[in-house]
Design a protein around this ligand. Structure first.
Ligand code: ADP
Ligand code: MG
Ligand code: MG
Length: 893
């Protein structure tokens, strides 16, 4: 029950479902408390309090009293007062947002220690070394996090103290050394801030709470949220937790653990433990930790208890959990738990393991994995067994494994790749001028910029491997070389390997192995065989769950029989988009040229006649590959000039011929045609249905090829299910004209062949006008296929080919959109039109078939949207089909 007047919750009051209000850490501390696990008592200040503070610049008026009341209660429970001189209660002040933001906001331990209470702590614990160690930690953490003192000043002083003593580790410093160090630390605070380290315990606590609030808006935190698409207005909670001490001696310590291996998913004992240590020591790598399994011989009782708690947590959360714990003089304390991060492969394995254990059902298993993880498992990867020389690490910006020769500018990238070399383009950062180079390269590596940098955005758009922001690599484009942190110099032409899934950069050629998951989809390995890899088994089972529950069918965008066959192996239930323009390239271009140049009907018909059998041949193969499944063939879409020679090249040819007085009549006519067909904005020009209506015979030739191919397949006892799709329709009149012509042609083929053909005729919905008038268009269309690429272009007025490289990074950085609308469908704008067209299309023709064939058909978030608006199918490139199947299943489960 949410109470907007209540800003503080005791650990006994919350639960794991209150992450919005209590943050992840606070909600889970409360959950563990209520499970009866040993959690040091404490309370949580809500994210609401943080929001008020951030908005108004001051803590809510009621907060101070509420904190006092909870602190009083805590003091009563613990039987001591915060900072009390003879026996101080100490607390930690810990940040904790809804989503974990690793390393973003710091925690202060040992609050309540002062010159007076440190003595009391020493007496109570009968351990002076421990008390002074805790005090120096407080000043160090508080100085750095709350007072903004440069942390290195403390670290240097600690190092000096160790050096003076000849001590290898901080545990070798004794009470006297640490007492001196405390004086040093206090001096550092005084010099840096101009004031003394605060001696009042409550003041320490209040300052720390405020610092946690403020840390929500540091530059680092903001950048992280932008990159991870975490909303900026969530705020953080603050946890005040009574201290327990792992630094009390050899019978104490602190550790981290996973309830199962986050890399493989296997059950077992995974974690690290450090004796006589506090807080972050384990992860900071200050001293060598021991594997968790060794705790059994160090402290059997605590170990057994921990194993039991881990089992309780797994059963309770029904998932892999990670935990932080501390042992104080043989007493185990739980300090944190959460559902743990895992690798993509482990996510699949764990989901099926949990099903087998009876902890979750199949529908839940589908929610435990996602399409992005599946896509990651489908990329080829570097051979795990290869010997590698890692020279750097950046942000994993766009997955894949790429190997090539280092080049430091786009010109060289293009030149070398033209001569058959594989190259990796290495830049400090990229800009629109690098586009050619990025296209030519196998992969892109930059030393600056994050997940929304130009390199990252453009590479993801192209599906190209990219590692960005590898900061320890010094890129010198002028001298065409890169220097690693270890001083290794990589010259132009040296081979490097980059892993876009991990961000790792290697020197030399690392061998690449195909993904076992793709091998499985291709049918080269089979799940179910005894030796089949566990991962493949898990993927196989999850895909079966998804296929069982999904409502959306999944088709492929495939232009030829080969792609169609692969798509079918990957689970495609038809072709949603066959682009016929690819069939006009190569040697067939000459016929298109002649078609355009034709002066007479005879000439025109001659070239169409030459094209007809070629087209028909393509379709026969395609229908055969997709026998029994629908194949949507789109009639010619792009502007004709795309089939003509480049204007500059042609002008040069004409000029040369003229100068040499050679015959050049054909070139000249071609040049005139190129000029005539030249358009300022070809995307909005003579293309799609417009072309079909003004170039006589073009669409009819294509329809004839489709009809004859289908008739031939039926003759051969096949089962072709061709659907004819008209692109770029804006009004029903266009469609009616094409339909009339098409029906006449089909009737003619039926009459001539005697084969009963059923060819569906429909249209793309890819213009705003078509979406708005979909009710009318449905009169003439048996199906709609939403062309969301063009629809996004025309709704936003963006030219996709231009804007992604020019201003999208700026837009992403400014937060105008969280992701490119070409990557994930813009639900509010483009999506609203789709929704409207679905409704009005169905109103006119209840059995109308509805699908989508833009890139969005393979994007996880978009697939969920298409499920929700009630489409019948999505169509995407062959490699995205498993992803679409999985996401369609997740949407329906
Ligand atoms: P993070 O979010 O970075 O993990 P935490 O708030 O969990 O930060 O705390 C940092 C470290 O301090 C962790 O190792 C945690 O276990 C330890 N710690 C936090 N609060 C206490 C406490 N009350 N007693 C002992 N150790 C604590
Ligand atoms: Mg923690
Ligand atoms: Mg289109």
């Amino acid at each position: 029950e949410f109470n907007d007047q209540k800003f503080v919750y005791d650990f006994t009051e919350g639960n794991k479902d209150l992450k919005d209000l209590l943050g992840g850490k606070g909600a889970n501390l409360a959950e563990m408390t209520n499970l009866g696990l040993p959690v040091p008592p404490g309370f949580t200040i809500t994210t609401e309090a943080c929001k008020v503070y951030l908005e108004s610049g001051a803590e809510p008026a009621a907060l101070r009293d509420e904190v006092s009341a909870h602190l009083d209660a805590l003091e009563r429970t613990m039987g001591k007062k915060l900072g009390q001189a003879d026996d101080p209660l100490l607390v930690s002040v810990r940040s904790g947002a809804k989503f974990s933001m690793p390393g973003m906001m710091d925690t202060v331990l040992n609050i309540g220690l002062s010159d007076a209470s440190v003595e009391g702590l020493a007496t109570q614990a009968d351990n002076a070394r421990f008390a002074w160690d805790s005090y120096r930690r407080l000043i160090q953490m508080f100085g750095k996090t709350v007072l903004d003192v440069d942390g290195e000043l403390f670290e240097d002083a600690l190092d000096e103290a160790k050096a003076a003593k000849g001590a290898a580790s901080d545990t070798d410093l004794d009470a006297a050394d640490l007492k001196r160090l405390v004086e040093r630390f206090k001096g550092i605070v005084k010099t840096a801030t101009g004031r003394d380290f605060p001696q009042d315990a409550r003041e320490q606590m209040d300052l720390a709470i405020e610092a946690v609030f403020n840390s929500w808006n540091t530059d680092r935190a903001k950048l992280y949220r932008r990159q991870e698409r975490i909303p900026h207005d969530l705020g953080t909670a603050v946890n005040v937790c009574s201290m327990v001490f792992g630094n009390l001696g050899p019978d104490s310590g602190t550790g981290v653990a996973f309830t199962r291996d986050p890399a493989s998913g296997h059950q077992g004992v995974y974690g690290d433990y450090l004796t006589n240590a506090q807080g972050e020591d384990v992860v900071a790598g200050i001293r060598n930790t021991v594997p968790l399994a060794e705790l059994e011989s160090i402290d059997k009782k605590s170990y057994d208890q921990l194993m039991q708690i881990m089992e309780t947590l797994e059963t309770h959360y029904k998932d892999l959990c990670d935990i932080e714990f501390t042992i104080e003089r043989g007493q185990l304390w739980m300090l944190q738990t959460r559902v743990g991060k895992r690798t993509a492969g482990a996510a699949f394995r764990i989901a099926t393991q949990l099903v087998d254990q009876g902890l979750i059902d199949e529908a839940e298993a589908l929610q435990r994995v996602n399409g992005a993880q599946l896509a990651q498992l489908m990329f080829p990867k570097f051979d795990d067994n290869a010997k590698v020389e890692q020279v750097g690490r950046g942000i994993a910006a766009s997955p894949g494994a790429a190997v090539g020769k280092a080049v430091f500018d786009s010109y060289t990238a293009v030149k070398w790749s033209r001569s058959g070399e594989k190259v990796i383009l290495i830049r400090r950062e990229t800009n629109p001028d690098d586009l050619d180079g990025m296209i030519a390269a196998e992969g892109i590596l930059t030393s600056r910029g994050g997940k929304t940098s130009h390199a990252a955005v453009v590479a993801r758009g192209m599906g190209k491997t990219c590692v960005c922001g590898a900061e320890e690599l010094e890129v010198d484009t002028k001298r065409r070389r890169m220097t690693t942190a270890a001083g290794v110099v990589v010259e132009e032409g040296d081979v490097v390997s980059i892993d876009g899934s991990t961000g790792k950069v290697y020197l030399g050629e690392v061998p690449v192995v195909p993904s076992p998951v793709v091998e499985y989809f291709e049918g080269r390995t089979h799940a179910g065989a005894d030796d089949a890899d566990e991962l493949v088994q898990a993927v196989h089972r999850i895909m079966a769950y998804a296929d069982r529950v999904r409502r959306l069918r999944v088709r492929a965008n495939a232009d030829n029989a080969e792609d169609a066959a692969r798509a079918r192996r990957f689970g495609a239930q038809g072709v949603g988009l066959c682009r016929t323009e690819h069939m006009f390239l190569g040697e067939r271009r000459q016929y298109v040229e002649r078609l355009i140049l034709a002066d007479t009907d005879e000439e025109r018909e001659a070239s169409l006649k030459a094209l007809l059998p070629l087209q028909k041949g393509d379709f026969v193969e395609l229908f055969e590959a997709m026998d029994g499944l629908p194949v949507t063939v789109r009639l010619l879409d792009p502007p004709l000039h795309e089939f003509l020679p480049d204007i500059t090249e042609l002008s040069v040819r004409v000029a040369l011929a003229e100068a040499r007085k050679e015959p050049h009549e054909n070139e000249l006519r071609l040049l005139q045609a190129v000029h005539r067909l030249h358009e300022q904005n070809p995307m909005l020009g003579l293309r799609g249905v417009r072309l079909g209506l003004v170039i006589p015979g073009l669409f009819t030739m294509q329809v004839r090829a489709i009809a004859e191919a289908a008739a031939e397949r039926i003759d051969a006892k096949g089962d072709p299910r061709a659907e004819i799709m008209i692109p770029l329709v804006g009004t029903v009149q266009e469609l009616e004209l094409v339909r009339e012509e098409a029906e006449a042609v089909i009737a003619e083929v039926v009459a001539r062949t005697g084969v009963d053909l059923k060819l569906a005729l429909g249209t793309m919905i890819e213009l705003p006008r078509a979406a708005v008038t979909a009710g009318q268009i449905a009169e003439a269309a048996e199906f709609f296929s939403f062309g969301t690429n063009d629809l996004t272009q025309t709704v936003w007025g963006f030219s996709r080919d231009d804007v992604e490289a020019s201003f999208f990074t700026a837009y992403l950085e400014k937060g105008i959109f969280g992701v490119s609308p070409f990557e994930t469908i813009d639900k509010d704008g483009v999506g609203a039109l789709v929704r409207q067209a679905v409704e009005s299309g169905r109103a006119t023709r209840p059995d109308i078939k509805l699908g989508v064939c833009g890139e969005h058909g393979g994007d996880p978030e978009s697939v969920h949207f298409f499920h929700e608006v009630g489409l019948d199918y999505v169509s995407c490139s062959p490699f995205r089909i498993p992803v679409a199947r999985l996401e369609a299943g997740r949407a329906a489960a």
